[in-house]
Write a protein that binds this ligand. Sequence first.
Ligand SMILES: [Mn+2]
Length: 337
Amino acid sequence: MKKEYTELRKLVAKSRNIVITTHLIPDGDAIGSELAVYSYLKARKKSVNIINHSFTPDNLIFLDPEKLISVFLKEKEKNEKLIKKADIIFILDTNEFSRTKSMEQYIRNSKAKKVCIDHHLGTQKNSYDIIISDTNYPATSQILYEYLTGESKKYITPFVATALYAGIMTDTGSFRYPRTDAKTFLICADLIKRGADPVYVYDRTYSNIAPGKVKLLSRFISSLSFHFDGSVAIGRVTQKDFSDYRSDVQDVEGFSTFLMNIKNVKAGFVMVELRDTIKMSFRSKGDISINEFAKLFGGGGHKNAAGATVPKISLNELENEIVKRYRVFRSKHKIIS
Ligand SMILES: [Mn+2]
C-alpha cells in the first residue's frame, strides 16, 4: 500500500477542507479511525469535520470528549454544505457509500476526492480516488497506525494512541480474533508507550453494559436453538424485545460472538428483526467459510464473520430456512461437526 500512502500524502498536502465519515452504527474501529485521522489533519492545519449518520454509541463517547463528531441529520443544512465544499471525503472502516445511509447521495454528488481506508472485502474500485484497503489487517486503525507513523511518529499523540488502541482492541475482540498477530501486539505496545491506557480503554468500552442490554441478552439466550449435534446455535432478537427493554440494534453487538463461546458451537447465527428487514449475523470457527453461506442470503463478509439483510418474514420461517440451507451447505463443504 506504499504507493497509495504517498498518493494520499500528496492529496492531503494540496487540500484544505476535509470531511471524515464512517459506516452506520459505528464501532470502536470506526470511531477510533475517524478521531485519529481528524487529529492528524488538524496537526496539518486543515479544516476538518467528522460527520456520521449515526450517533456515537454510549460506550465510545469517552474517545470524543470534545464532541468533535456530529450527526448528519442533526444539522443537515450545515453538514450538507460541508460535504459539498469538501476537497477530500474520507470514508473509513467501510467501502460502501450506502453504509453512510442518510449521507450517501450527498457524498456521491460531492466533487471531493473520495478516499477509502478500510479492511473489508468487496471494494468498488471505481467509486474512489484513493483506496487504502487490505483485508489482512484486523482493523482500519492498524492501517492508520502504519500510515501515520510512516509520515512521523509525532502524529501519535496520547489522544491518537488512545483512539487507535481502542480501534484495534475492539476489532480484534480484545486480541483474540483471527488476523491478530505479532504485529498487532507490537503496534499496541507502541500505542501504550505513547499514551493509550489499556485498563482505562477496556473498562470504558466494555465494563459499561446498560441494564437494558443485559435484559435483551437474557431474552436472546432464552431464544437459542441448537442444531447438528450442538455445532450450530441460532438466536433471535425481535422488535418486541427492543421495545420491552428500551434498547435498539446497537445493543445486539457482541451477541454473535457470545454464541461462539458456547462449547462445541462451530457456527452461530443471529437474526435481528428490524422495522422492515431482518439483519442476520453469521459466525464460524476454523475452516468453515461462513461468508460463502451468507451469500445464499445475498450477503457476504469475511471467512469467519459475515452478514446479510433479508426482507421481513417470520423468524420461525427464516430459522427453518437457515437450518435447511445449512444442511446442504454442510454436506457440500464436507463439514463434519
Ligand atoms: Mn473495522
